[in-house]
Structure formats: C-alpha cells, structure tokens
Design a protein around this ligand. Structure first.
Ligand code: ADP
Ligand code: ZN
Length: 733
C-alpha cells in the first residue's frame, strides 16, 4: 500500500473513526502525525476516536477542513495492521469502523500511562460478611489476585462502590498506586526443554527451519492426542523468541488453560501474556500497549487476540484448529483460523495449525500443497491410543429410563475396582432435552424462540439454550392445563448423573457441563480435582473433549454416538467424527499398564462415520468426505456465503428477502446460485423471525464483490430489519 508513514502539520489526512462508514478528511495537527496514529477528531458537535488511515481524499474544501483535536497517547497501528483490517473487512464484508473497534478493544487507551489506583486483596475476610461483600471477594478470587480499577471491581461484583470502600476500611482490600503498562517478564527460549522423541525432534526442526526463513508459511501439525504437539510447537515459539519476534498461541477455551500456562512457564521460565474475556481491564490495556511496543514476547489468547497490535509478529499457532469456537457468528462473522493465515501472510509470519482431527479445509489445503504438513503418528512415551469398540444398543437389554448399557456398566465396574476413572460423554446439557405433557403430548417451548425448553434440575428451571430465557418447571401443562403430568423425555448429563448415583452408589461422580460452574475458575478447579484423581466417574458434555489431561482415565463411554450423525448440514459427519475422536483420545493418555478403552453406544454400528472412528483409518474418512464435497461443489471446493435476515414481523422479513432474491443478477453474473429465502432452521430467536439465504459460488469467483453489488442495489430495508452476511459459514441454524 502506498501510504506515507508521516503527515506534516497542515496536511490533508484521512481518518477512520469508529462511527462513520468511510474515512473522513482532517488536517494534520501541529507536529505532524504518523500513519496509524490514534487521534481524537471533532465529528459534528462530538469528539470521537479514530485512526490516521492515509492521505486525505481531496474531495472536500480544504478551507472547511477541521484539524485533528489531539493525539491519543498510544502506539500507532502498524501499516501491516491497517492492511490486515482492510483486507479482512473486504473478505468478511465488515465495515471498517467495526474492524477498527475490534483492533482497539482495550479500555482507556486515551488515558496517559501514568500511575493509577488499583484495588487488591490485602488482609483476612472482614468480621462482618454480607452477600455483597462475598460477591466482591469471589470476583477477586476468580481473577487470581489481579488488581482492579475501583469502579470495575464493584461493577463485576454487581455491588455499589461503597461495598468496596467498606472492605478497604475493614483492611480486607487495599488501594494502592501502581504503575500502568509495565512490560511482561522476558521468556527465555534457551532454557532446556523436555528432551524430544525422534519424531517430535524432527517436527520441531522443520518448524524451526520454517521460522528461520522469516517469511509467510502455514504448516498443518497433525498428531494423535497425546503425541506431543504442544511440546513441538513450543519449540517453534522458542525459535520465534530467539529472533526477537512475537508469538501468538490461540486456544479454543482459553479460560481452561491453567495447565497450558504452567507448561509455558516450565519451558520458558515466565508466564506469557493472557488475552480472553476473563482478564481485567488493567491487563487488557497493558497487553494491548505491550504488544504494540514488543514488550510481550508470547501471548496466549482466545480468538480476539488476533486483533492485538503486535509490533513484530513472527508466529501464530492455532491449537485445536478444527474447533468451532474459532468461528465468530455474532456482529462480525469471521473464522479466526482463516484470518490468522491472512494476518500472517501480511506480516511475513509462520502459522502452525495443530490438531488431532483437522478440519477438512486444512486437510485439503495440506493435500494441495498450500500448507506444509507434519504428522506425529504415535503417542509420546509408552502411552498407546485407546482401543475402540462399539456397543450395539439393538442387542443390549436397556431398562426404561436408563442410558448406560449393561456392557458399559460392566466396564465401569472393572475400572472402579481397579481405582481407575471412567468418563461418560453425552453432549447434552441439562436434565432432559424435552419436557412434555403426558396428557396432551405438547412439549414446552420457549416463548421467544422456536426452540424447546430444556429442563435443568440443578437450577430447578427450564432453560432455552438459544436465548438463555428461563422459567420454572410447570406443574400444570401450559397447553391443556392438566396438572402433574409433565414428564422429562430423554437424557441430559444431569439425568445421567442420577443414573450413575443409583447404579454406582460408591463411586464419586463429577458432572462437567459449562452451565454448572459460576466462573471459569470454578471449572478449572473441578478439572484440577479430576486430574488429581478425586473422582471416579466423570459425566461430561463437549467441554471434556478439549485437551485436558486426566491421567487416571482409562475408559470413555460415548452414551449416544448417533446424536450428531443425522444433522442436516454438510459438516455433521465431520464434526461428529472430530468430537468422538477427541473424546476417545482422553482415555489412557499416560501409558502405564492399562491401555485406554473407548466404547461407542450406537444403534447403527455400520454407519460410515462410526466405522471410520472405530477403524482409525482417518485418511479414508477424509478422502470420502472430500470426494462428496467435491462432487457437490461444497467447501472447500466451492464457496458458500450465508445471508441471515431477521425482523420482529414475519411477513416483513419474508417479503424483503423475496425482493432481494428477485434482484440477484449480480450473483448470477459470477456463476453463483442463490438458495432460499427459507425460514431458518431456528425460525425465531428472541422474538425475531429469521430467514436465510445461501449463496454457492465457484471456488475462484469474486463472491464478496458480487454480494456487495447485490446489496448495494437492494431496495431500502424496512426499519428494524437486520441483515448479516456470513462468508464461509460453519453453521446453518
Ligand atoms: P498433544 O498436544 O499432542 O495432545 P501434549 O503435548 O499435550 O500432546 O503431550 C501429551 C503428554 O505427553 C503431556 O503430558 C506431555 O507433557 C507429555 N510429553 C510429550 N512429549 C514429551 C517429551 N518429549 N518429554 C516428556 N513428556 C512429553
Ligand atoms: Zn429462547
């Protein structure tokens, strides 16, 4: 991009604000201004933050231009960052102001970096404890001793400032002046790492060589669970640190990564910067500025860490790259994995995509030579992959209201007798997926959404998993009014826990489900306790599939392996395969005498996905999936874009969608097809009616341009209509 890096006093400059679509012209202030500098500019009667985006457009009378009001005391966005935001905006069809907001999501950037007041724990709990005080202490505990801005602490705890001040007076908390924005401790890449096995050493060598080239490249690091992928990519991080460049490691469930942070500390002697929703505002701002000035060498973060203003990014690792949480489907629709590749290609950085079960996209890209590929085929050390088997439910005597088959129950008993752990996996939160009336047969649905309400017995309420709405479990049927006939149908993890308690009364059981923990820290603690062997039977949803090490675990039972198979969308098979593989991979990770066993309860053991999981022939599975997608012209062999429209009024949204579909000439011109409009599978969420369209285009077609042209020519949308475009959609609800 031809953008001068400096604009002298009085020069015409373009400023991108967080408010207005398109850049606006201003005059550079006294002393001049750098490209990417964050500035405050007048906008009508207001003052808003923006970034210097390049030379002015020149279509506005110079005499009427207003000067920049002042500079923000923060490092400017690098030209690379400007290019990344611009290109990502074009790719995802996101307006630039939204992109700028994502890149400046650090609080108080506009405040000087002087010392500031923070509140922290300083003494024993107060003599007089109240609910409000307890809430404050819990927030402090949840953040592991970090300091808070005074207002922030009260806000997080949901109490007034006087509660916090009361705790200061009581000596439980103290308020001190702390310097802002201090650099992170240096990580030492030359501390001795773990000695690597031969295949690990070779893989690490390959990644090191890739980094030494100091150019862009992507490597798919595929390795069975427990093969040591983390150890290997930490060596790539080490090389990156040696070069003085910065490394970013993206994880799907960052809040659960205390084990990961410990491993980093063990390898490099200090903790990396952390970026996720659980960090305090102080940390957020510190990490943002330190990333921009290269005072943090390694950052571990959730997907939004990709928008940190790294000064010299050399490596991005996307761990568990197939994980669905990398796709954001809210406000801005993007895949952090794909955008990591874009960012790295602009920054001249390396990308490592790590997974035991890569996405089909990455698998195809590696096959086509776009990505390098490294395979770790065996588990580290003596640990072996678990033995896999199916339990054919058609041949098991299942008692009514029971979900653990006799065969699985027998295996659990064997584990119990040996003092080993069993994991029962069921990807359903709550007590029962359906609550229905035995008198009239009606199921209880959400008032706001087209979704069934799910019974959560621990909370003693029905919950909508779509919008979070809850209501008490009704005594009388909401439809026919008959009392006492409401009944739970089907199992959720809570109901499974009930069965475990009845059938294995001596076993200590733990339910792991995201909704059962009030904070990430509480969940972390539960996981740590399981690792230490304080439980015998773990009952979990998909959160157990994600990378935890449970050394005593030797049996995994998948309660309903058929659950994901019949999904209507093209990724159902792929997701099911990945999830069950990951869950099965939890068993027997530590080696020792007991080899792990994974058993899949199913009604269709001959289903191709079940067979692929059992056989371990992953490549065959991917080949077959790829062949199907190729034939259907589906991603990654063709391109998809979803268009989602919603409005409180059903006819309004349907009429408008039909009108759009009638004017789809710009799409037809690039050879794209438009499917729909059709009511979305979940046709109503939070009281808004939803309609979807799907665009399928040939692989090389300029889809984004065509969609922009199409929408630009569209009639004026009715008020209150929402329209979002999802390029490369992952879900179709
Ligand atoms: P993956 O990320 O592929 O699932 P990990 O990197 O978590 O695998 O490794 C699995 C387990 O094996 C971890 O407990 C790890 O510490 C251990 N491990 C892997 N490689 C080594 C090694 N070279 N030396 C010692 N322990 C190792
Ligand atoms: Zn709802």
């Amino acid at each position: 991009m031809d953008r001068p890096l400096f604009y002298p006093h009085g020069a015409r400059i373009a400023v991108l604000t967080q408010e207005v679509v398109g850049v606006l012209d201003y005059l550079a202030p006294e002393g001049g201004v750098r490209l990417g500098q964050l500035v405050v500019v007048p906008l009508g009667p207001r003052r808003v933050m923006g970034a210097v985006w390049g030379p002015g457009m020149g279509d506005f009378d110079m005499a009427k231009l207003r000067p920049v009001a002042r500079l923000v005391d923060a490092p400017p966005l690098a030209p690379e960052m400007i290019e990344f935001l611009t290109r990502m905006g074009e790719y995802t069809l996101t307006p630039l102001p939204s992109m700028l907001r994502m890149a400046t999501r650090a609080p108080d950037l506009d405040q000087p970096p002087s010392a500031r007041r923070i509140i922290h724990r300083a003494g024993p709990p107060p003599e007089r404890m109240t609910d409000a005080r307890a809430a404050v202490l819990r927030v402090i505990e949840d953040h592991g001793g970090a300091g808070f801005a005074p207002g922030e602490l009260a806000q997080l705890a949901g109490v007034t400032g006087s509660v916090v001040q009361g705790l200061v007076k009581a000596g439980t908390l103290a308020e001190t002046l702390a310097p802002r924005d201090t650099p992170y401790p240096m990580l030492d890449p030359d501390l001795p790492g773990k000695p690597l096995a031969a295949d690990q050493a070779e893989a690490a060598g390959q990644l090191r060589d890739a980094l030494k080239a100091r150019r862009y490249g992507t490597t798919l690091l595929r390795g069975v669970t427990g093969s040591g992928k983390t150890e290997v990519y930490l060596e790539a991080v080490a090389e990156c640190l040696r070069q003085g460049r910065q490394a970013l490691v993206l994880l799907p469930e960052i809040a659960l990564s205390s084990e990961f942070l410990n491993r980093v500390e063990a390898r490099f002697g200090a903790r990396p910067g952390e970026w996720h929703s659980g960090i305090t505002r102080t940390e957020r701002r510190r990490l943002w500025t330190m990333a921009a000035t290269n005072h943090v060498g390694m950052v571990v973060g959730a997907r939004s860490a990709l928008f940190l203003p790294f000064a010299d990014l050399g490596l991005i690792v996307v761990d568990e790259e197939h994980d669905g949480s990398y796709k954001q489907e809210d406000v801005v629709f993007y895949s952090a994995r794909d955008m990591a590749v874009l960012r790295a290609s602009i920054a001249g950085a390396q990308v490592v995509l790590a997974s035991a079960t890569p996405s089909l996209e990455s698998w195809v890209n590696a096959g086509a030579g776009k990505y390098a590929r490294i395979d770790l085929r065996s588990r580290y050390g003596t640990a072996e992959l678990p033995e896999m088997g199916a339990i054919d439910l058609r041949q098991q005597e299942m008692e009514k209201g029971r979900w653990i088959s006799p065969r699985l129950a027998a295996e659990i008993r064997v584990r119990q007798a040996r003092g080993e752990q069993s994991l029962l996996f069921l990807n359903r939160r709550g007590y029962a997926p359906i609550t229905a009336c035995r008198a009239c047969g009606q199921q209880v649905g959400c008032d706001q959404c087209d979704a069934r309400m799910v019974e959560h017995r621990f909370q003693n309420r029905l919950v909508c998993h779509q919008c979070g709405e809850t209501k008490p479990i009704p005594v009388a049927c909401p439809s026919c009014g008959v009392e006492g006939r409401m009944t739970a149908i089907g199992p959720g993890v809570e109901r499974l826990a009930e069965e475990v308690a009845e059938r294995f009364p001596d076993a200590r059981a733990t339910v792991l489900s995201s909704d059962l923990f009030h904070s990430a820290r509480a969940l972390k603690e539960a996981i740590a306790q399981i690792s230490e062997g304080q439980t015998d039977i773990i009952i979990g949803t998909q959160i157990v599939a994600k990378g935890h090490n449970f050394p005593g675990l030797t049996l995994v039972g998948v309660i309903d392996a058929d659950l994901g198979l019949q999904g209507a969308d093209m990724r159902a098979a792929e997701r099911s395969f990945q999830l069950m593989r990951q869950v099965a991979g939890r068993a027997g990770r530590e080696g020792g005498d007991a080899r792990g066993l994974a058993l899949l309860q199913t009604h269709q053991p001959e289903h191709p996905v079940i067979r692929a999981i059992l056989s371990g022939e992953d490549e065959d599975f991917w080949d077959a999936e790829a062949a199907q997608r190729r034939q259907a012209g589906m991603p990654p062999f063709g391109r998809l874009a979803g268009v989602i429209l919603s409005h409180p009024d059903q006819p309004v949204v349907e009429d408008y969608a039909r009108e759009l579909a009638r004017r789809a000439a710009p799409l037809q011109r690039i050879g794209a097809e438009l499917w729909g409009p059709a009511p979305a599978p979940i046709a109503r969420i939070r009281g808004r009616f939803r309609v979807r369209m799907l665009i399928r285009a040939p692989r090389q077609a300029p889809v984004q341009q065509a969609i922009s042209d199409w929408l630009a020519m569209a009639p004026k949308p009715p008020t209150n209509l929402r329209l979002s475009v999802d390029i490369d959609p992952q879900s179709f609800f």
